[in-house]
Ligand binder design. Structure first.
Ligand SMILES: *Cc1c(COP(=O)(O)O)cnc(C)c1O
Length: 353
């Protein structure tokens, strides 16, 4: 069998169209070949050349002093919070942010770090006035405010650079450090069109996922200043993230950085197109809602249609999240133009039956 490098590998018997998340992407043939050729070593000894290359590559690209390969975005965020904060210290964070709601409260469980969730603005950004209100006085009744956690994109929403800078300045004014959960950092860049360096500059530490829109099978990178690196590596080891010949994972990351960043615009265009098509089925007075942000479409069908839609699409090999009442559909590397047409046609069939 021969493959070209962009050949998608479908391990399922029928090739399903999986819209649940951009985490479902499978490594392409090109990525698999690149992984196969990777030089590896023992990373706990600092001897994996491919990991070292990836860490340096991404740090230099984003103007940070150091990078550390992590097993996941959750581990990367956790290492950052534990590096910044000791027991009894506190993180101020958007109340809808991943670190607060979707990471099993690891910083509190494992680090004794308190979390102060705050209301965010229209684009889910951290509002300076809410940050300053949440900062605790130097009083024995209170935890010690230490870190402000930002996120971009949030629920697919790309937060403009000036809003990020405003939050950072507020944090710095009060001598707090900043962390950016940039799981989908490059989706934000694709939308905002600002420089990668400028966005990375909005926080002391930045975490980036390789395994979402970038299409790697695993891995995240934490970018940080040199003086935090030793401490963060100790936490990573303690959290079970000291991998050995993980150059095979780093190789996928290098391949992703070189091949899969520029194409994120296509995912956004596909999401825009899907949202536009879905608008045909809703009208001003209906309870159907469609929100599109970067590569995501949030669709709320009529309550009576939700379950029927789920199984109708399922029968046609299209997997979506259960509408509860809203469903998130995400565009990614494994959704081709034809797949999208097929999805749009399937919605047409559903609403015209
Ligand atoms: C996915 C995600 C993470 C965590 O990444 P995992 O690799 O799934 O642990 C963190 N933050 C945000 C905003 C995410 O979307």
């Amino acid at each position: 069998m021969s493959y070209d490098l962009h050949t998608r590998i479908n391990t399922s018997p029928n090739s399903l169209i999986d819209l649940r998340s951009d985490t479902v992407t499978k490594p392409t043939m090109g990525m698999r070949k690149f992984i196969a050729d990777a030089d590896v070593g023992d990373d706990v000894y600092g001897e994996d050349p491919t990991i070292n290359k990836l860490e340096k590559m991404l740090a230099e690209r984003l103007g940070k002093e150091a990078g550390i390969l992590m097993t996941s975005g959750t581990q990367s965020n956790l290492c950052s919070v534990l590096t910044h904060c000791a027991r009894g210290e506190e993180v101020i964070i958007g109340k809808s942010y991943h670190i607060f709601i979707d990471e099993a409260a690891g910083a509190s469980v494992l680090g004794g770090v308190a979390m102060a969730p705050i209301d965010t603005g229209d684009d889910n950004e951290m509002l300076p006035e809410n940050i300053s209100k949440a900062i605790k006085p130097d009083d024995p009744h209170c935890p010690i405010s230490k870190l402000v956690c930002m996120e971009n994109t949030v629920w697919g929403n790309a937060i403009a650079l000036d809003k990020m800078i405003a939050a950072q300045q507020e944090a710095n004014k009060h001598n707090l450090f900043t962390h950016l959960d940039g799981a989908r950092f490059f989706n934000a860049i694709a939308k905002l069109g600002c420089s990668e360096n400028d966005l990375a500059n909005c926080a002391d530490t930045v975490s980036i996922c390789l395994s979402k829109g970038l299409g790697s099978p695993a891995g995240s990178v934490l970018l940080l200043p040199k003086d935090l690196e030793t401490k963060a590596r100790r936490w990573r080891k303690m959290l079970g993230g000291g991998m050995r010949q993980a150059g095979v994972i780093a190789a996928a990351g290098i391949y992703a950085l070189e091949n899969n960043i520029n194409r994120l615009k296509e995912d956004q265009e596909k999401a825009e197109l899907l949202a536009k098509e879905l608008k045909k089925y809703s009208n001003e007075s209906s309870d159907q809602k469609i929100i599109q942000n970067t590569n995501m479409v949030f669709f709320t069908p009529h309550a009576k249609d939700g379950q029927k839609l789920l199984s109708f699409l399922g029968e046609r090999g299209i997997i979506i999240n259960e509408p509860l009442p809203s469903t998130r559909m995400v565009m990614h590397l494994d959704i081709s133009d034809n797949d999208l047409k097929y999805v749009v046609n399937s919605f047409d069939e559903f609403y015209n039956q």
